[in-house]
Design a protein around this ligand. Structure first.
Ligand SMILES: NC(=O)c1ccc[n+]([C@@H]2O[C@H](COP(=O)([O-])OP(=O)(O)OC[C@H]3O[C@@H](n4cnc5c(N)ncnc54)[C@H](OP(=O)(O)O)[C@@H]3O)[C@@H](O)[C@H]2O)c1
Length: 204
């Protein structure tokens, strides 16, 4: 019997305020994180020796989480996240493929290493396959909810930022009533941010 191919985790990465927001109001391509939302990515702002890399300098948990994020072998990004990031110029990191769940029909193919997929389960299956055993990075609130409902999300990595944004887009607004059990796997205190990793319990 041949050994099963290794599979990575499908893991949501989102910076979130203590009151649950992942973007401020009026988010869009010119205002990726909305009004006031840039505060959520302050922990990434430093960039160390290479300001364009967004890698927090000085090592420690912030750099560790950043490195894990860009060690992923594929990305699943909700269509709004993808557009707000202007498709990352076709390359999110290291040329890994980007799968964009959408119900829209586009006349043009997605730019660069990205492709649109209309079925969430198929989107994740393609990302897992493309990642070749590495983890899959997931971005976007609606995308996260869709994956949760389709039981396609293995883990949730929150960067909990000590601020109350008060308005904007909440990560879990819109989920139907119900109970999703999470298991805390890791808590790392960063600089001005708490990195929390949860496993999504099967069958919750
Ligand atoms: N704080 C952070 O770390 C962080 C990280 C990433 C993004 N963000 C921000 O989060 C916001 C975007 O999140 P969002 O929740 O508004 O949007 P999103 O999850 O990025 O994208 C939503 C879109 O995904 C598609 N979609 C959702 N569920 C689907 C399903 N079941 N099947 C097929 N397609 C589906 C739909 O596209 P169609 O409308 O085309 O059908 C939907 O409009 C932006 O402001 C972004 O900048 C924040």
């Amino acid at each position: 019997m041949s050994a099963a191919a290794p599979t990575g985790k499908v893991r949501l990465y989102m910076s979130m305020s203590v009151d649950g927001f992942i973007a401020g109001p009026d988010d869009g391509p010119d205002h990726g994180l909305g009004v006031g939302g840039e505060r959520l990515h302050a922990w990434l702002r430093d960039g160390g020796v290479d300001p364009d890399s967004h890698r927090p300098s000085g090592g420690g948990p912030d750099a560790e989480v950043f490195d894990e994020m860009i060690a992923t072998g594929a990305v699943v990004a909700g269509r709004r996240t993808f557009e707000h990031g202007r498709g990352w110029g076709g390359d999110h990191h290291d040329g890994v493929p980007v799968f964009v769940p959408t119900r829209s029909v586009f006349n043009q193919p997605a730019p660069g290493h990205a492709r649109y997929v209309t079925d969430v389960a198929s989107c994740v299956a393609q990302a897992r396959e493309a990642a070749g055993g590495r983890d899959v990075l997931v971005h976007g609130a609606a995308a996260a909810q869709a994956l949760l409902q389709a039981r396609q999300l293995d883990e949730i990595e929150l960067q909990l930022v000590p601020v109350l944004l008060g308005r904007g887009r909440r990560l879990f607004d819109g989920l139907p009533p119900g109970h999703v059990e999470l298991e805390l796997l890791r808590a790392l205190q960063g600089s001005d941010v708490l990195h929390l990793r949860y496993r999504v319990q099967a069958g919750g």
